[in-house]
Ligand binder design. Structure first.
Ligand code: NAD
Ligand code: WQD
Length: 336
């Protein structure tokens, strides 16, 4: 049995599907602060398998210990946490509380139960401003916002834990820009309020929920002047977790990038989404957004080596098509 924290969220729900499809049993622990219970129903619908659920908070050590024992868990895939860079600047204490203290309590609970296998959702944001590209895993770490700091601190906590007890198996996965949705269109990203990220915003414009996209900056040193990012299909990303779990069958502590290794500009994404949806995505060119870098993409060789040959295979067209299927079938998200 695998404990998936934050399994009702965007990436967690896709990981639950891939774990169930790989024959694992799954229990989700989520406080539903940024998700809907409907996503769990949809996972059951896709997989036609049981999925256990505990409503709880990762900061509650007793609940985690009880869950780990009751369900006989052997590993944890840890997604739960807060993820908005913007919000982390205005509410840093909430971010340190949920992400750092929450993970500390989770690790204590695991230690108390003798469960020493964990996969952690880190982020490319731990690298900070690029000293060179692509970002390989040996790129210096230097997060530039509180959200990124929380990921960095948790990574450090995990590395220190491994040094103290080398019987742990720890996989740190640094995600680049996950987009897309399961091909059924039943699960996908459902941000609360105004989306901070590009794809959900573009999709909401295409579906008619918002009028126009703001493109932040067209004077970067990139081929068309707009920011370049490494977008990865969320199903590829989810499958990376199944591969990581298999690699953690022996003690280890590794950190690898999950990306495709190639970047697309904002304008390329807008065009691809217009093509996939058949809808226009009108936009306005705006000044640069504070904290953005021009270009960000992953070195992927280490991940392929460590994760037993895993690599992302879905292209931008597929990402946009799948994202659009989810958005058009659920124009107002899960609980409309
Ligand atoms: P999400 O907000 O959709 O999912 C997070 C889930 O965790 C939600 O279901 C939320 O209700 C739950 N949660 C939050 N705090 C909790 C707590 N204290 N206790 C229990 N449950 C809690 O986010 P996501 O996009 O699926 O991201 C999953 C993980 O991946 C996060 O850790 C995030 O930082 C990381 N990540 C995301 C991205 C991205 O672009 N989406 C990129 C890099 C890393
Ligand atoms: C992508 C590009 C924007 C919105 C963030 C986090 C990172 C990770 C993924 C969690 C940039 C441009 C965006 C809009 C725009 N999350 N843009 N108009 O900033 O690469 O990464 O999400 O770990 O930590 O920082 O992703 O989707 O916000 O932006 O022009 O309305 O789209 O300027 O060039 P980002 P994003």
């Amino acid at each position: 049995m695998i404990l998936v924290t934050g399994g009702a969220g965007y990436i967690g729900s896709h990981a639950c599907v891939e774990l169930l499809n790989a024959g694992k049993q799954v229990v989700v622990l989520d406080n539903f602060s940024n998700s809907s219970r409907t996503s769990l129903e949809r996972i059951r619908q896709i997989c036609r398998k049981p999925l256990a659920v505990v409503e709880g908070d990762i900061r509650d050590q007793a609940v985690i210990e009880k869950t780990l024992r009751e369900f006989g868990c052997t590993a944890v895939v840890h997604f739960a946490g807060l993820k908005s860079v913007f919000e982390s600047v205005s509410s840093p204490l909430d971010y340190y509380d949920n992400n750092v203290i929450g993970t500390h309590r989770l690790l204590r609970a695991m230690q108390g139960c003798g469960i020493k296998r964990i996969i952690f959702s880190s982020s490319a944001t731990v690298y900070g401003d690029p000293k060179f590209l692509p970002y390989t895993e040996d790129h210096p770490l230097g997060p530039v916002n509180p959200y990124g700091q929380t990921k960095f601190f948790v990574e450090q906590m995990l590395r220190d834990l491994f040094v103290s007890d080398r019987s742990w198996s720890i996989g740190i996965l640094r995600y680049f820009n996950p987009i897309g949705a399961h091909e059924s269109g039943l699960i996908g990203e459902d941000p609360k309020g105004v989306p901070n990220n590009l794809l959900p915003f573009v999709a909401q414009v295409a579906v008619g929920r918002r009028e126009r996209l703001n493109i932040f900056g067209n004077d970067y040193d990139t081929p068309d002047g707009t920011g370049v990012r490494d977008y990865i299909h969320v199903v590829d990303l989810a499958q990376g977790h199944v591969a990581a779990l298999a690699s953690l069958d022996k003690p280890a502590c590794f950190a690898v990038n999950l990306g495709t290794g190639r970047g697309y500009s904002v304008l390329e994404v807008v065009k691809a989404f217009e093509k996939a949806s058949g809808r226009p995505v009108p936009y306005d060119l705006r000044p640069r957004r504070a904290g953005d870098v021009a270009t960000c993409y992953a070195g992927t060789d280490l991940a392929t080596k460590v994760l037993g040959g895993w690599r992302a295979t879905k292209d931008l067209e597929t990402m946009c098509r799948d994202h659009w299927r989810w958005q058009s079938q659920n124009p107002n998200g899960y609980d409309a």
